[in-house]
Design a protein around this ligand. Structure first.
Ligand SMILES: *Cc1c(COP(=O)(O)O)cnc(C)c1O
Length: 369
């Protein structure tokens, strides 16, 4: 039983079925070829690796535990999971709401791949999404949003979607299942990039979908089989191996993010700070009600682009990187990717360094001429 334990214990227990004495370490064999066929045709479990394989099952059972889902499905990346989910919950003529302030490539996928198929795509920010959902046939929400860190009230949004019979899909990448469990707040499906804090070592791309509605999960599994957007066996093993330590990594990241947000909001070089765990943050009340941890991301607004570059250059611990959730504290100037933010807007991803070292380094880098 896994209920009643803390996050780190749950994460460790979720993967410990792997520790079979005498078994070799590493990815289990992938039956890519049909060498497991038996004379009782149709009774075999793994006939071909794109449909099912034991490496996925180990990872997916851990993901399902963490998300509080009956079923999880691994995908080759977060985008593979999200695009499969959006294809499954839409049909020509249906109105799909996607975040205007969320992960930018999701908007592009909707505009470039779904809209030409006759799906009506509407973009809405975290503040506008409730009204937009009133007219929707399917809704994708992202919370906290990447990069602005606005929070969507999932319980409220799920109520609107349920009245309309519109599936609610929630991107849980930034919060991770340790930060929030969207299914318990009324979402129909969770999608996420495991590339970020969940795998957490900046060395593997992976994604997943998790849910408890049998028809929806079966449709997604079919979509994965036919689109072929699958996770490799080695990558599945890397993510599974990482999940055991996500409790330790993520709680340290959250602690470092809160410390950075608290220190930076008082600094004269910082014009604005967003962190859902700051009591004065506009999203704090909703975040405190639905999140168990506030996440490892902090958004700051500096004077301009060169102020962001100077911060990274003068620091000994910060690295410039566009992914996030890894061991190192990293900084990304989001305007370079076309996000609707100012030139001096930086998304900071807190790493697992000692909090005092990180704070001292960042404050010194801001003050250094
Ligand atoms: C990174 C990210 C994705 C895409 O994930 P990939 O693994 O890079 O495909 C989707 N949503 C959010 C919020 C992300 O940060």
């Amino acid at each position: 039983m896994i209920d009643g334990y803390g996050d780190s214990t749950r994460a460790v227990k979720a993967v410990d079925s792997q520790a079979i004495p005498g078994q070799p370490v590493g990815p289990t064999p992938v039956p890519a070829a049909a060498y497991h066929l038996s004379p009782d045709e149709g009774t075999e479990q793994d006939t071909y690796g794109r449909g099912s394989n034991p490496s996925w099952r180990s990872l997916e059972s851990a993901l399902a535990v963490l998300e509080g889902a009956t079923t999880a499905l691994s995908f080759g990346s977060g985008m593979a999971a999200i695009s499969a989910a959006l294809r499954v919950v839409t049909a020509p003529g249906s109105v799909l709401v996607v975040p205007s302030d969320g992960y930018y490539q999701v908007r592009r996928f909707a505009a470039e791949s779904l809209a030409p198929q006759g799906i009506v795509v509407r973009e809405a920010s975290a503040g506008e999404i409730y009204e937009a959902a009133e007219q929707a046939d399917a809704v994708l929400a992202e919370t906290p949003t990447n990069p602005g860190l606005d929070v969507v009230d999932l319980h409220r949004l799920a109520g609107i979607c349920r009245r309309r019979g519109a599936p609610l899909v929630v991107d849980n990448t930034t919060a991770t299942p340790l930060g929030q469990q969207p299914l318990s707040l009324g979402a129909d499906l969770v999608v996420a990039s495991a590339t970020k804090a969940l795998a957490g070592h900046s060395d593997v791309l992976a994604g997943y979908a998790a849910g408890s509605k049998p028809e929806l999960m079966a449709a997604l599994e079919r979509e994965r089989l036919l689109s072929g957007a699958i996770l490799g066996a080695f990558e599945a093993w890397l993510v599974l191996r990482s999940i055991g330590s996500v409790g330790l990594r993520f709680t340290r990241q959250c602690q470092n993010a809160l410390a950075l947000a608290t220190a930076l909001r008082r600094h004269p070089a910082v014009r604005a700070v967003r962190y859902p765990g700051l009591p004065e943050d506009a999203s704090y009340a909703v975040a405190a009600a639905q999140m168990r941890h506030f996440g490892g991301l902090v958004s700051v607004e500096l004077a301009d682009a060169s102020a962001v570059h100077d911060l990274v250059r003068r620091s000994e611990l910060l690295v410039a990187a566009t992914s996030f959730g890894g061991l190192h504290t990293s900084v990304d100037r989001r305007a370079r990717w076309g996000d609707p933010v100012g030139d001096g807007f930086a998304r900071i991803s807190a790493g697992i360094e000692d909090t005092d070292d990180l704070l001292a380094d960042v404050l010194a880098a801001l003050d250094r001429p």
